[in-house]
Design a protein around this ligand. Structure first.
Ligand SMILES: Nc1ncnc2c1ncn2[C@@H]1O[C@H](COP(=O)(O)OP(=O)(O)OP(=O)(O)O)[C@@H](O)[C@H]1O
Length: 605
């Protein structure tokens, strides 16, 4: 079977930011339903955030009063310098306490909500059809559950709090300075709209550039991930340097974009500094003239300047936050897009411990035609009619790319037929629950990928919760017990991330043991193309024969010698069944494809 699954197919989508519109904002609010279970903690966090922002606003006021008191100009109750200084300390202590609880509560909400999002995304990944994975790169999909979720977490914990704080500083700050001196406030505010307008334009430009940097960094990560996954291939083709160069080129591009973005960021910061300080100097100058004419107290001017700094800082911060909110909206949309993808129609609520309803194993294909969703114009199968009675064994042979693997993928409903139908025990597989369907099919793939973990775990994968005795019995039937026993750790031997410590024949026998444990009515054997040594071959064949007993079996055959005993051989060519019959009959047809293939293999061997 051609290797399926994640591959560098499809085009990367690019991690786009989303413009902040009413629509995008509304849509992304849907992600906040993940906050709902923790709403009380969220509200408490918001209350602490409000408190900490408000107490901070008391700071400039007290500093001004301290100044006036020291100059002996105050007629209010703030007579005592020590008392005011204590008040300042109290403000800071309160600020510290409130901030602690704000961080604590927001972390509780964001960590839990984000874990819920990750869990839902992962469950979704498990339930999405194979066609979903063919359209996307694996790096791109994993970045949904890592980068995008991390951005949402930032939004929930930092960005949101910052936004709230900055807006509050702005509103409360402006109200206080208005109360202090309308004249001075109007003078100060006259310079602000220009500053705010420019900051937003700047912020937007920076946003676009940092997005581009992120996209390019994502590209470099995709290269790392793909090459590490296929490190054997890279080495086998001695393409290490080629890959290093490919990585270097994309990395250089990312650095270039990051650097050009940094010019704008630098310019933005300079602009804020020059603009703000210029503004502050103007305010101090005008304020000084008001103090001179006795319209305000010197302490008021100090408070005023401090508030102006706060307000200026929050305006500057808002520019930055605008970008962050945009990034978070983009991430949120991508997450929601996955969460709303159509799942396979599987019975996900099935009790995992409950046994799968047993099928008998009569299979029929009626006029099946099929095109892959990614290549709808290319018909891969046409007019396929097959009847297999329960317990019968058939073999599919034919040139590479003929459609053999596709025929069995349709049986497992990895894809749905384009026309025609497939029935098992008379039921159209479209109407069978997917867990029942796949629960009754065992597969020994061409290339066995073992999960990192022990041999026991890998065998028990065929029947979660299998007892030790069952695992051993299966291993024995699969001719695997002998080599497992020869390892010092026996069943507990770790097989590494992809079972690299086991030989091809050993891996296959583990896969056979797994299938024996699953005890399916229908079996799919995808013969390995690479031949094993004759000793190993014999052991694997013996195990396969044991496994095939009393099961409907479809063998995808590459080596014709192994399929002489099957009940029927189907020769597939160009997506059609071109010959059909037992070995004895087909091999006699001198002009037939099967006889030809036989001769070819005989000559080659
Ligand atoms: N996921 C896919 N998306 C699009 N086209 C595919 C996909 N998988 C296979 N094909 C195409 O479908 C055709 C049949 O492929 P299939 O893997 O069924 O052939 P096969 O007979 O099993 O070949 P092999 O013996 O080499 O494994 C080929 O032309 C192949 O390129």
């Amino acid at each position: 079977m051609a290797r399926r699954g994640f591959g560098p197919k499809g085009t990367p989508e690019g991690e786009k930011g989303t413009p902040i519109t009413k629509e995008s904002f509304k849509r992304s609010l849907r992600v906040f339903r993940y906050v709902l279970p923790y709403k009380y903690k969220f509200i408490v966090g918001l209350v602490f955030l409000t408190f900490s922002s408000l107490t901070f606003m008391g700071f400039p006021y007290l500093v001004g009063k301290l100044f006036d008191t020291s100059a002996g100009a105050s007629s209010t109750s703030f007579e005592n310098i020590n008392l005011i200084a204590l008040g300042l300390f109290a403000v800071m202590v309160l600020q510290g306490i409130f901030s602690f609880f704000r961080v604590y509560f927001f972390a509780q909400v964001s960590e839990n909500a984000v874990a819920d999002i990750r869990r839902d995304l992962y469950s979704k990944f498990m339930l999405l059809p194979i066609s979903f994975y063919e359209k996307r790169r694996v790096g791109e999909i994993t970045s949904r559950i890592t980068t995008d979720v991390a951005q949402v977490q930032d939004a929930m914990s930092i960005t949101l709090a910052e936004l709230f704080r900055q807006v509050m500083t702005l509103v409360v700050g402006v109200a206080i300075i208005m109360w202090t001196s309308i004249k001075l406030s109007l003078f100060m505010l006259a310079t602000f709209p220009v500053l705010v307008g420019l900051a937003f334009v700047f912020g937007k430009r920076i946003k676009a550039l940092s997005k581009k940097t992120q996209d390019e960094l994502a590209q470099t990560n995709i290269i790392v991930e793909e090459t590490l996954q296929a490190i054997n291939t890279v080495k086998a083709f001695t393409n290490e340097l080629f890959e290093v160069n490919r990585y270097k080129t994309t990395l250089a591009r990312a650095v270039k974009t990051a650097l050009s973005a940094s010019y704008y960021r630098g310019a933005f910061i300079s602009f804020i500094i020059v603009g703000l300080f210029g503004g502050i100097i103007l305010v101090i100058w005008y304020g000084a003239t008001l103090v001179a004419t006795g319209e305000i107290l010197p302490g008021d001017l100090i408070s005023f300047v401090l508030y102006t700094v706060f307000i200026g800082a929050s305006v500057g911060g808002l520019g930055d936050l605008y970008g962050k909110v945009q990034t978070s909206l983009g991430a949120t949309e991508r997450i929601l897009e996955i969460l709303t993808e159509a799942e396979e129609p599987t019975n996900r609520h099935r009790n995992l411990q409950a046994p799968v309803p047993k099928l008998h194993g009569d299979i029929s294909y009626h006029n099946v035609a099929f095109s892959y969703p990614t290549r709808p114009d290319l018909q891969v199968l046409r007019d396929i009619n097959i009847n297999i009675r329960s317990g019968e064994k058939i073999a599919l042979v034919g040139p590479s790319g003929a459609g053999k693997s596709t025929i069995v993928q349709l049986l497992m409903r990895f894809y749905d037929v384009s026309s025609g139908g497939i029935t098992i025990d008379g039921h159209n597989i479209q109407n069978l629950d997917l867990s029942t369907l796949r629960g009754n099919i065992g597969i020994v793939p061409q290339e066995v990928l073992l999960f990192g973990g022990s041999i026991r775990e890998n065998i028990a994968y065929g029947k979660p919760g299998a007892t030790e005795a069952e695992v051993i019995a299966a291993a024995k039937k699969a001719n695997a017990w002998q080599f497992i026993q020869s390892f010092p750790e026996g069943l507990e031997t770790l097989v590494g991330e992809r079972g690299i410590k086991l030989s091809g024949g050993q891996r296959q026998r583990i896969a056979i043991a797994r299938a024996i444990l699953k005890n399916p009515a229908i079996l799919i054997l995808d013969e390995a193309t690479s031949s094993l040594d004759s000793e190993s071959e014999h052991l694997v064949q013996q195990a396969m024969d044991e496994l095939m007993q009393n099961r409907t079996t479809i063998v995808i055959a590459h080596r014709l010698a192994t399929i002489r005993k099957v009940d029927k051989i189907l020769v597939i060519d160009g997506g059609e069944i071109v010959e059909e019959g037992p070995h004895e009959v087909l091999s006699m047809n001198d002009n037939g494809i099967y006889a030809n293939l036989l001769r070819l293999q005989f000559e080659l061997s």
